[in-house]
Ligand binder design. Structure first.
Ligand code: IFM
Length: 466
């Protein structure tokens, strides 16, 4: 059977995040996070779900690490809960919170699974939000304190650090569209938040280098493959603006020491920033943000078609209007578009030249359940993963330094505003009993890891073949 072989050193892993799986919301002195507060407000999260119990990973992490071992994972990307470590956002360290991650890291290392730690995956301590959250510059310095506490404790054993997960989501969804915590709808705040997130990244890089020598340090961006719906001026403008706000706004500061001038101009025209420019950028900030990093994490799920109904002379007309083609969507409504992953990776390599690239998230929400035979026949997810891995492989053939891939996600989990209604896991979680059931896709992925290769074809519906 024809297959595509990956480099011998290629890292195969899976990813999760603290708020989405841990539960233990008030265990052992954990403080409140913005997602605790946000999810408790009716209407914010589907079916009123919250993260109080989630996958109960806080109590079941040993079993989950065993599961990873069984599935042949070489690396595990997880995030640390800031309010577990610093319940007041800064200051006193909660020893029990740190111990949890200490033990998790040891459990992984004992099973020869490399820990990849993300410091921030959206669960800001609520107390810091009460002081202004990410739009407040002081939050970046609180993040540096948090980085200090975590890296001092884990830096001897953790050698892969990701400062932030998807600062676009944390700033734009959190402070502009309000779909995510803290649920604010304010462009100027969102822009200040984005800068302070990037600044906090820069501040943390130096701390991580000091406390965790010989480690690899990076950041993860959500990158979309954006295309104009047509060649019309309006659609090309919609494309430029969408690509600029989602992709370039978070890439240019890291690799070019600046924000994209066209988007700064757009925001100035819209009145989101002052005539003078970006008042929240202080001298020296851009140098800090552009501190050399070792790798870029890329999260890729889908493409976006940029379409505008705006008439060109109307400067403030909505530009973010886009529509997805109707076919081939996951349960999120996201188009399945593997080629976009190749394009994103090639573009990042061509335009920004990161030394190393890892796909730190890729996966699909599909709701297949355990059948009477106990199997979860999620062949659509197998196809999605296969085609995206082939797309990733194709990028490596054109010279992209892609060195690893993390499937999102190990477990079905709390999918933010969708609660538990969308299932991204390669392992089914029964949220009543907390029972885990390995889906067909996880068996398939185990085979990929074992062979270090992806077959171009093959049946996905017979677990016995694995
Ligand atoms: O579940 C999220 C994750 O927390 C961040 N990246 C996208 C995933 C799917 O929506």
């Amino acid at each position: 059977m024809e297959s595509k072989q990956f480099d011998r050193q290629f890292i195969w892993g899976c990813a999760t995040s603290a708020f989405q799986i841990e539960g233990g919301a008030s265990a052992d002195g954990r403080g409140e996070s913005i997602w605790d507060r946000f999810s408790k407000k009716p209407g914010n999260v589907a079916e009123g779900h919250d993260g109080d119990v989630a996958c109960d990973h806080y109590n079941r992490y040993r079993g989950d690490v065993d599961l990873m071992k069984e599935l042949g994972m070489k690396a595990y990307r997880f995030s640390i809960s800031w309010p577990r470590i610093l319940p007041d956002g800064r200051g006193a360290v909660n020893e029990k919170g740190l111990s949890f991650y200490d033990e998790l890291v040891d459990a992984l290392l004992e099973r020869e699974i490399t820990p990849w730690v993300t410091l921030y995956h959206w669960d800001l301590p609520q107390i810091l939000e009460d002081e202004g959250g990410w739009p407040n510059r002081k939050t970046a310095y609180a993040f540096a304190e948090y980085t200090e506490a975590v890296s001092r404790r884990l830096g001897d054993r953790v050698k892969h650090w990701i400062t932030h997960n998807e600062p676009w989501c944390a700033s734009i969804l959190g402070y502009q569209t309000g779909e995510h915590a803290p649920g604010i709808k304010d462009w100027p705040k969102a822009l200040a938040a984005s800068h302070h997130l990037m600044l906090s990244h820069g501040l943390s890089v130096g701390i991580l280098r000091r406390n965790s020598p010989d480690s690899l340090i990076g950041i993860t961006n959500a990158l979309m493959h954006v295309q104009p719906a047509s060649g019309s001026y309006e659609d090309r403008e919609a494309y430029r603006h969408l690509d600029g706000t989602v992709n370039r706004w978070f890439m240019d500061p890291l690799y070019r020491r600046c924000y994209p001038a066209d988007i700064v101009a757009d925001h100035r025209e819209s009145g989101y920033i002052s005539r003078e420019g970006l008042s929240f950028v202080y001298p020296g900030d851009m140098d800090l943000i552009a501190a050399p990093i070792d790798f870029l994490g890329v999260n890729y799920y889908s493409r976006q078609i940029a379409r505008s109904t705006a008439i060109p002379e109307s400067k403030n007309a909505p530009r973010d209007i886009f529509a997805l083609p109707p076919d081939q969507r996951t349960d999120m409504g996201w188009e399945v578009y593997p080629d976009g992953l190749t394009r994103v990776l090639e573009r990042v390599h061509r335009e920004y030249r990161p030394g190393q690239i890892y796909v730190t998230e890729n996966g699909a929400a599909y709701g297949e359940k355990p059948g009477a035979d106990g199997r979860v026949p999620d062949s659509r997810r197998c196809v999605y993963l296969r085609d995206h891995l082939l797309a990733a492989h194709s990028a490596t053939e054109s010279g992209v330094p892609l060195l690893g891939y993390f499937v999102w996600s190990l477990l079905d989990n709390f999918e933010w505003a969708f609660g538990y209604t969308k299932r991204f896991g390669i392992v089914w979680v029964d949220f009543e009993t907390q029972q885990r059931t390995i889906k067909d896709s996880a068996y398939w992925y185990r085979e990929v890891i074992r062979n270090n290769a992806v077959s171009l074809n093959g049946a996905f519906n017979n677990p016995n073949r694995y």
